[in-house]
Design a protein around this ligand. Structure first.
Ligand code: UDP
Ligand code: MG
Length: 328
């Protein structure tokens, strides 16, 4: 049973209680991690635990994290180095598992999300004991119209077919109380669609607007293809409705065939056998063939994911680690 604690934050460095943990997934962020850390030093006067996860970067991100832990050895810095790129979802999971603060925030390393909002989220949770988490959403989306429309279509569709509610535009930039994180890390699935996982876990979440900044350095690792495949993960992980499509289409096709059969019999009995309908037959074969292929594809998507899930491979592999606790 999860019990809500009456948490009082004691601001001030050095205190181990009421610490804020920052989970920072990093992929090719060598030109951002130091500036991100300096920005945090400006913003926070609390006890902070920094958890940088190097998600198989191809640049010197991990060297930069190691340097930070040497140069700021009095700060609580953890560096997790993955053996390859496992994706942001895996990086978040590794960070959340490691976090020991009473408040735990997930924040990007590229300074698009100002650490100042972490304080706002923590303050909100302090003032509102009945809330368990805060999720930030972009007040103005700085994306192309096509991207905004595609995302809007995704949310409309997924909310129609899934029992889990997906809050429109809510980002991964969130702050949780510790017991929420304990529940999230209990979910062991390989395909992690975090927005769905957070929502599925329940808890009282407040949605806070924030203004997204331009990327400090480097380029985004998301492109249209990756986003489409991520959206597909969302559908397949949180709804089995597409599988039901086969049943519905089968019913419609059977009903159509019965009606057509009836028409053909009437024609045969009252008009005589008219040899025609070649075009109709070809069209129907192609149409039914196409529908069957699509349905096989949908079943394949579920099957492939089930196959990967039953293998129970680890979601990530850690190559090495820096831990302020162990390196004391
Ligand atoms: N990221 C990661 N692994 C990946 C891709 C991204 O850890 O495979 C990190 C990245 O370093 C950043 C955050 O996830 O801190 C968000 O990524 P990005 O800025 O590319 O996404 P966007 O802000 O454009 O949505
Ligand atoms: Mg970014």
């Amino acid at each position: 049973m999860l019990k809500r604690k009456n948490i009082m934050i004691v601001f001030g460095k050095g205190s181990n209680i009421n610490m804020i943990s920052l989970v920072i997934p990093c992929y090719n962020e060598e030109n951002n991690v130091e500036d991100f850390f300096r920005r945090c030093l400006e913003v926070f006067h609390q006890d902070i635990e920094y958890i940088f996860i190097n998600d198989g970067s191809k640049d010197h991100t991990y060297d930069k994290i190691e340097n930070l832990s040497h140069d700021y050895s009095h700060e609580k810095i953890i560096g997790i180095n993955f053996s390859k790129n496992f994706g942001k979802e895996a990086a978040m999971l590794a960070g959340l598992k490691k976090a020991s603060g009473d408040y735990i925030s997930v924040i990007d390393a590229d300074l698009q999300q100002d650490p100042m909002y972490v304080l706002k989220m923590v303050e909100f949770l302090q003032m509102n004991q009945d809330y368990d988490a805060v999720a930030c959403y972009q007040d103005v989306r700085k994306e192309s119209k096509l991207m905004v429309s595609c995302k809007s279509l995704f949310y409309s569709l997924v909310n129609k077919i899934s029992d889990t509610h997906f809050e429109r535009n809510a980002s991964d930039f969130r702050t949780f109380r510790k017991y929420v994180v304990d529940s999230i890390i209990e979910m062991k699935e390989y395909y992690r669609f975090s927005k769905g996982i957070f929502s599925w876990a329940g808890f009282n979440t407040y949605y806070m607007p924030y203004t997204v900044q331009e990327r400090h350095a480097g380029v985004t690792s998301w492109n249209f293809r990756k986003l489409t495949s991520y959206a597909l993960d969302g559908f397949v992980s949180f709804s089995t409705a597409p599988l039901r499509l086969a049943t519905y289409l089968g019913l419609i096709a059977s009903l159509g065939s019965l009606i057509y059969m009836f028409i053909v019999i009437i024609q045969k009995l009252f008009i005589g056998n008219v040899i025609s309908g070649y075009t109709t037959i070809v069209c129907l074969i192609l149409l039914i063939g196409g529908i069957l292929m699509i349905l096989l594809g949908i079943i394949g998507e579920y099957l492939a994911r089930t196959y990967i899930e039953v293998k129970q491979r680890p979601i990530y592999i850690i190559k090495d680690e820096i831990d302020y606790e162990k390196d004391k």
